[in-house]
Design a protein around this ligand. Structure first.
Ligand code: PLP
Length: 382
């Protein structure tokens, strides 16, 4: 299958619209000149509305993990304690990063199960400099209660560092209202840009907490602030200029759609996938409690008895559609469909149809059609 004909229905990288790809082929410019400042400022302007924040915002040349590491590396010193909430692969990543810089107080839940806010509060009461949480745990398709954790963090005086890598730009996030001190997003997810950039917001409290003398060098957020505060905005080191062109165009697409309409489109798309899974008799993977929700950007389903989800992935790939399997300990057991960025109803319906065909071929469903029909109803097509 030609890569130009392949549909990425995975939780990032997402398909990138031709106008965004074209934007990246413009000539290089002086990164210390007025044109670059203009592009950077334009991006920050739109990002402010997406993050819902008046905090400082920065764009790093590096994927989401770089921004996660910048957040921890700048605020956490070796004697500081970080509560790391984990209910999936990316919560585990935050825990591992925190362990490189400070002391970790892990708060682990079975991957795909909901976090217990009572236990979060107990840990916070023991004292910590920061608490990390993944808002949308991509590996498990579960949305964690960011607003409630933000409130608890404030109550107990801990910094709230939130991974919004697969929520910001596709789901409701209110950085200022929720008291998020550092919020992180990746370019290749809901924002619909190519991979390689990450963006983060940093509160004054978080800057005040950067009192260590051995700040990371490349990921030094104080250096980012100093460069951004110049009369003409800059980055401390050479930025990935073609990716900035792509990001700017992708953010224009977000602005044209409107962030509220974009969030509604994402939640409708995920609801359509869930309706299809119910119609096909395929169970959703996350185990929810009253504080958690199914993800609005990536849907995780249990692989039917006897089917390794890696084989299902191959069936879909043969039809030109890339879905994701399970990560780490979930490999083979679950499959995940990303519906983030600029994915359309047509993309979703096509994916569900191919899933139904794959299940039918394997004798796992009787008919092809119920899944597509259920999704089409949610998408307002039927
Ligand atoms: N956090 C979450 C929730 C993610 O989904 C991902 C990537 O899938 C990351 C962090 C890591 O981002 P990156 O691969 O851009 O470094």
């Amino acid at each position: 299958m030609d890569i130009e004909d392949t549909l990425l229905m995975m939780p990032g990288p997402v398909p990138v619209a031709p106008r965004i790809l074209r934007a990246m082929s413009k000539p290089m410019i002086n990164h210390r000149g007025a044109k670059f400042s203009e592009i950077y400022d334009d991006c920050i302007d739109i990002l402010r509305d997406i993050f819902k924040t008046n905090n400082d915002l920065f764009v790093l040349s590096g994927s989401g993990t770089a921004a996660m590491e910048a957040a921890i590396g700048c605020t956490i010193d070796k004697d500081d304690t970080v509560i790391a909430i984990e209910n999936g692969k990316f919560g585990e990543r935050f825990k591992d990063i925190a362990g490189r810089y400070g002391k970790v107080a892990p708060l682990e839940f079975e991957w795909g199960t909901s976090i217990d806010l009572g236990l979060v509060e107990e840990k916070l009461a023991e004292g910590a400099k920061a608490i990390t949480m993944v808002h949308n745990e991509t590996s498990a398709g579960i949305q964690n209660p960011a607003e409630k954790v933000g409130k608890l963090a404030r109550e107990y005086g801990a910094l709230f560092i939130m991974d919004g890598v697969t929520s910001i730009g596709g789901d409701t996030v209110k950085v200022d209202d929720w008291g998020v001190d550092i919020a992180v997003v990746g370019s290749q997810k809901c924002i619909g840009a190519p991979p390689g950039l990450s963006m983060l917001s940093v509160s004054e409290r978080a800057f005040d907490a950067m009192e260590k003398d051995n700040l990371p060098y490349y990921l030094d957020l104080k250096a980012y602030k100093k460069s951004a505060d110049k009369s003409s905005t800059q980055t401390p080191y050479t930025p990935a200029i073609p990716l900035f062109y792509g990001l700017q165009e992708a953010l224009h697409v977000v602005r044209e759609e409107g962030i509220d309409a974009r969030i509604t489109r994402h939640s409708t798309g995920a609801a359509a996938i869930r309706a299809a899974s119910a119609a096909m008799g395929i169970a959703m993977f996350p185990d929810l409690n009253e504080d958690s929700k199914y993800s609005n950007t990536v849907s995780a389903m249990k692989s039917p008895e006897g089917l390794d989800s890696n084989d299902l992935k191959k069936d879909l790939l043969a039809a030109g559609i890339v879905i994701a399997g399970g990560q780490g300990r979930l490999s083979g057991k679950i499959f995940r469909i990303g519906s983030m960025g600029n994915i359309t109803s047509r993309d979703i319906l096509q994916t569900i149809q191919q899933l139904e065909l794959a299940f039918k071929k394997r004798g796992l469903v009787h008919d092809v059609g119920p899944g597509v029909e259920a999704a089409a109803k949610i998408l307002n097509i039927l």
